[in-house]
Design a protein around this ligand. Sequence first.
Ligand code: GRF
Length: 222
Amino acid sequence: MTARPLPLGVLASGRGSNLQAILDEIAAGRLAAAVRVVVSDVADAFALERARRAGVPAVVVDPKRPGGKAAYERELADVLAAHGVDLVVLAGYMRICGPTLLAAFPGRILNIHPSLLPAFPGLHVQRAALENGARFSGCTVHFVDAGVDTGPIVAQAVVPVLDADTEETLADRILRQEHRVYPHAIRLFAEGRLRLAGRRVLVDAPAPGAGDAALVHPPLPA
Ligand code: GRF
């Protein structure tokens, strides 16, 4: 008997390449999930087009309305609930989650951020990594809490920062890892393997050998 695919709701404000990576992973049979709805706060977000092409309902929820953020998030939560969503996936969603959305999906909202949190939360993170001379950057999937990029960390991927990097080349290198690590983190959630312990996320049966993994940059001599 196969487990019921985890019903996902994806929130996106822009191009939706992470959404696409998740859709592709599901289509390839590597992620037991189903994107039930894609919701955007931006009417012409390309993520909505990606959803339509995949046969997924694409919904715009306009944040400008009487009642402010609470009313906006109430409608968001209603749309997600109406589509039977169990896990909310923020994929380039450019708003801070407020108490209404957090309360509707407690412990069931994931985000991806293009830095190695807790370093460089917020915006312009590649610029910050370059300006601070970081040797490594990467991406982080984390549970969402009331802060800005502060929730418990589920998974990270690390990339080197190269001397010739610009914000764009570094962002591209990180994005390629985002597309791998986000479906991976969702898979761990779908398989029930994530457990919160304070601010830590413990993973049941992690792959053997992870404790020996290390990246050094510049590389050590062979
Ligand atoms: C990604 O870099 C993600 O880490 C950040 O916003 C960007 C979204 O890209 N939160 P896309 O819309 O998924 O292509």
